[in-house]
Design a protein around this ligand. Sequence first.
Ligand SMILES: [Mg+2]
Length: 238
Amino acid sequence: MRDGLKYKVLLWDIDGTILNFKAAEKEAIRMGFRNYHLGECTDEMIARYSVINDRYWREMELGRTTKEALLIDRFMEFFEKEGIRITRDTVVSFNDDYQLDLGETIVFNDGADELLRDLKGKVLQYAVTNGNKVTQEKKFARSGLLKILDGAFISEEVGAEKPRPEFFEAVFRALPEFKKEEFLVIGDSLTADMLGANNAHLACCWYNPKERAGMEELRIDYEIRSLREIPGIIGEGN
Ligand SMILES: [Mg+2]
């Protein structure tokens, strides 16, 4: 590792940060519609699905539902609102296929693969993700992230989701040689990544390419429009 850097361990969120989750999500849902003969799936339908899905994930972050339930409930509500008749059993199978297809589609934000490769060996880099284990592991393998990253913390394996302190406690337990001030959490979600870093007393960097409004009660140490700003923040390339 390189001396003199401000942070020694980067904790990267994956979906919406390193990877363009929206592009992958769209493709995977379209594949589901084709395979289950559900008719056409327009951009407008996917936009409406996205609103429903985001709401379920926020509910889970607030402890009001579980991941197992939300994976099915989000599609049940979506199909119902779109007037598509489908049984719960079929939705369970639709969701299983969707998870796998989601892992197949890889789109990087801001040339993140190159950036991570450049930082390899200078700092340690771990994925910190709330995604499903099957989907995420497949995604790591297919994207090449498996070889670039030093490891991954997936909520399903950890047994707690971001922003819960238990999630980050698992990270500290795995990396006992580092002090809290040597970690930097980088992510696009205020309610999972930034709140998680606040709860765990870690420095955080909000990836906010679309210039969304922040949340007053949260401490945001850095806010960036592009991931290319990261080397400057950690003191690499200055
Ligand atoms: Mg994210």
